[in-house]
Ligand binder design. Structure first.
Ligand code: ANZ
Ligand code: ZN
Length: 818
């Protein structure tokens, strides 16, 4: 059979499209606007299979919207700051910018070859001074609002990358980037006060829930971790200050038989008696070595040390011992707990090790043989002269206790969030310098906005950038020493840089006015394009980037700089491309190289394979797919365009109705399928249309029928969403000018969507009086009405009374009259 030359077709159309620029988003277009965004990559090498996958899926949506007549903003840039470039620069003894530039150029070239519909006129890199100037501006805006501040606290520290990490970057106790075990350090760091927005970030998830992946919504809810409970004050005899704890279970107060303070909280060092201090100091040294994940693990043997002091349980009056232990965290709640071993397993385990009393305050179910009982049940052992909870369920007992505590001035109902403030400073080089100057006389001074950007020095490279625990910038004397912007005296620049997640927290706004020199973005344009109608990317960003971007949008909305409070109206997470059931990796030797695949099968076949493999959310196992089969299909589709013999512009109205029905039904269904992100089914339906068209040509209405042209043109338009090269080639062969990408979506004729009809026979007194063409779905009632309204039937019934009508839809109506 006749075939087209894949390579020649690619070389033919790329320059034509470069000339036509069909995907330039016009700010002033009168068309309705859509914003299609896909997560921008780190330029840590060339594009790989994963990029090809996400860009192919994303392109279906963006190209569909263009075909539907929207003005589409579909930008692409590079998240080019960060550790990969910096580590490569150290290895290769160069400046990170050199490495970054090379990779970006290569990635853009690959994107072009992939025929992605990105608007390259809007591209930028977050490491461009023209961009990071505005990241620094954002920092200053947050600081003006009291939302950026410095504090000293124990922070996550990666001993390998020699930098602090945000909580979100610690995955199961390991550094998200390098996999090293994360430890703790006491450091003064910059934070963004995301906790101020905790409740709104939580509430708005309800709005996003219908259009966001469920797992992302759940992950964010858990990360924000709202809990309702109480602060309870315990008197410590001999100490002026009471010991305040945070508890989600104030109903268990009668069962609090001891207390635990985080070993590394200042409070512990404050409470400990002189006698117990040596034991405490030894213990603290041990604790500092453990990671948070170890400390919170429920199955870990409990350790701790008695601090030598007691507190008074306000409801039982008992003097209960206070311990320091590592399973209580310093930076959550108040850093101290009331321990209720009867209802909390960790407290139970601790009580066993230290031989402390257990009092159950919730009755466990009959036959309960477990340790702590954490479920619901009637309260027991919970009454004194003043208050009784006995018999109440957990919720009611909780409310009753809180009311009593508040009335007695012993405590207060509270809401608590697990979300911590966002730690944004990094002791590394390749990021936007924090725009602050430290002056002995004036303290922290913001760099005035008109002096931004604070540029990175470009004379550091290789070993200069090695991690040393302080930022490499601190050693760059000429850079660090400046005049104080306020008093003019000698001062030092803050030498930390911002985390890359700050860069990506606002980049989608910059695309709306990417070349603006005097502002970060144009509010009117942001409001015209935004929020993003779809955001496609990896689920690994469920709580990092996606939470930060939501936060920053809300802050900017509060400053009246953005007119919406949620940046991403809808979201789709693609699966991974794997091989033989496993993640591709160098060590397994199962990697599939994108470049090799493109050379062997061509861009279109690879794109088709990626889209057709299954629902976009599912992983694609490269061992199970067939790019060769994809290419064969594309050749078959292409052959249709050579077989059509009617002239371009032929009116399809007189064409073969059966084929036209297939065509119009396909277009109609694909609209719904694309809106529902079922792109693989769109491909399957296109394949069916190709088959139907082939059959019509070979053994049906023949190649000259206008319905064949209509079908072949529809195939080209459907394929333009997935396989742009062959679609363009078909379009040309069908006698049209480029580009098929902007040909417009076929208009569906609703009359052709009506199901095929069947013939219903109508008998009167046993004689056939009419044959009706009806839908196979017709109801008995509708068929009866149609039958009785028929002229022939009415004639047969003239002068008679209808006694009975027997209906068997859709085939038969039998009228008995007399
Ligand atoms: C008494 C109690 C009884 C508790 C009981 C639980 C069950 P979430 O839901 O995560 O907010 N807690 C409080 N501060 C802590 C800290 N800094 N480190 C470790 N644990 C801490 O959990 C709140 C509960 O975790 C609190 O309620 C407290 O233990 C503990 F049957 O108080 B609870
Ligand atoms: Zn000063």
């Amino acid at each position: 059979a006749e075939t087209y030359d894949v390579r020649a077709v690619e070389q033919k159309w790329l320059p034509v499209w470069e000339q036509l620029q069909p995907f330039r988003a016009d700010d002033d277009s009168p068309r309705e606007k859509r914003y299609a965004l896909t997560m921008f990559p780190y330029p840590s090498g060339d594009l790989h299979m994963g990029h090809a996958e996400v860009f192919s899926l994303h392109d279906v949506v963006a190209r569909y919207w263009w075909q539907r007549g929207y003005e589409v903003l579909n930008p692409m840039g590079f998240d080019s700051f960060g550790l990969p470039a910096e580590n490569a620069a150290i290895r290769n003894d160069e400046h990170p910018a050199t490495y970054t530039r090379g990779n970006i150029a290569r990635s853009i070239e690959s994107c072009r070859h992939l025929a992605t519909s990105f608007d390259w006129s809007r591209t930028f890199n977050t490491s461009d001074p023209e961009y990071y100037r505005w990241t620094q501006w954002l920092f200053l805006k947050l600081r003006e609002q009291g939302l950026a501040y410095r504090k000293k606290s124990p922070v996550n520290w990666c001993p390998n990358d020699q930098t602090v990490l945000a909580n979100e970057q610690v995955v199961q106790g390991m550094c998200e980037r390098c996999g090293a075990e994360v430890t703790k350090r006491d450091l003064t760091q910059w934070y963004f006060k995301i906790t101020d927005y905790a409740q709104e970030l939580l509430d708005d998830l309800d709005v996003l829930e219908p259009t966001w992946p469920a797992r992302v919504v759940t992950a964010q809810r858990n990360w924000i971790g709202r809990s309702e409970g109480a602060h309870v004050r315990f008197v410590v005899p001999g100490r002026e200050e009471p010991l305040t704890v945070y508890t989600t279970r104030p109903d268990t107060l009668f069962g609090a038989t001891f207390m635990v303070v985080a070993a590394d909280a200042a409070l512990a060092g404050d409470l400990v008696t002189d006698e117990q201090r040596p034991a405490y100091d030894d213990y603290l040294a041990e604790v500092r070595k453990a990671t948070e994940i170890e400390r919170l693990a429920t199955d870990r043997p409990k350790t701790g040390v008695f601090l030598g002091v007691h507190a008074v349980n306000p409801v039982t009056g008992a003097e209960i011992p206070i311990y320091a232990a590592d399973y209580v965290l310093a930076d959550y709640g108040t850093g101290a707990i009331m321990a209720v071993p009867g209802q909390d397993q960790r407290d139970w385990d601790f009580a066993q090790v230290f031989d402390l009393p257990v009092v159950r305050t919730v009755e466990p179910p009959e036959g309960w043989e477990g340790d702590a009982f954490t479920g619901d049940g009637p309260a027991v052992n919970s009454a004194n002269a003043d208050i009784s909870l006995d018999g109440l369920g957990v919720d009611e007992a909780r409310r009753t206790t809180i009311a009593w505590l508040e009335q007695q001035g012993l405590g207060k109902g509270t809401v608590n969030y697990r979300l911590r403030d966002w730690l944004v400073s990094r002791q590394r080089f390749w990021g936007p310098p924090i725009p602050i100057v430290h002056c002995d006389a004036c303290g922290e001074v913001a760099v005035p906005e008109d002096q931004l950007p604070v540029r990175l020095p470009d004379d550091l490279k290789g070993a200069d950038l090695k991690p040393k625990g302080v930022s490499p910038l601190a050693a760059a004397e000429a850079w660090v020493n400046v005049d104080c912007p306020q008093c003019g005296g000698p001062a030092k620049r803050d030498s930390d840089t911002m985390d890359t997640f700050v860069d990506s927290s606002w980049y989608f706004l910059r695309y709306c006015s990417p070349h603006l020199e005097d502002r970060a973005f144009d509010t009117d344009l942001v409001d015209a394009w935004g929020p993003c109608d779809i955001y496609i990317g990896g689920v690994e960003h469920a709580v990092l980037h996606l939470l930060y971007a939501r936060f920053v949008t809300k802050v900017l909305a509060d400053l009246d700089l953005v007119g919406f409070r949620e940046p991403f109206a809808a979201q789709l997470n693609q699966g991974f491309v794997i091989n033989e059931g496993k993640k591709m990796s160098k060590s397994l030797g199962n990697g599939v190289n994108l470049g090799d695949q493109l050379r062997e099968f061509g861009v279109d076949a690879i794109r088709l394979t990626l889209v057709f493999a299954g629902p976009p959310e599912d992983d694609i196992d490269w061992a199970d797919v067939s790019p060769g089969g994809s290419l064969k299909f594309l050749q078959r589709a292409w052959r249709l365009s050579g077989d059509v013999t009617s002239a371009p512009g032929t009116d399809p109205a007189s064409g073969d109705v059966a084929l036209r029905r297939v065509t119009h039904r396909t277009v109609h269904d694909c609209e719904e399928l694309i809106e529902g992100h079922r792109f693989n089914v769109v491909v399957a339906r296109t394949m069916e249309l190709v088959n139907a068209t082939r059959k019509a040509i070979d053994s049906g209405c023949g190649p000259d029928d206008p319905a064949v042209r209509e079908a072949a043109e529809t195939v080209a338009i459907l394929l333009s969403l997935v396989t742009p090269y062959v679609a363009e080639e078909m379009w040309e062969r069908l006698g049209h000018e480029p580009t098929v990408a902007r040909a417009g979506w076929p208009v569906v004729d609703p009359a052709l969507l009506v199901e095929e009809s069947v013939t219903a026979v109508v008998q009167v007194q046993g004689k056939v009086r009419a044959r009706l063409e009806v839908s196979p779905e017709i109801s008995d009632a509708d068929l009866e009405a149609m039958a009785l309204a028929d002229a022939g039937v009415q004639r047969a019934l003239e002068g008679k009374t209808v006694r009975k009508v027997i209906v068997r839809a859709p085939k038969l109506v039998n009228v008995v009259a007399g």
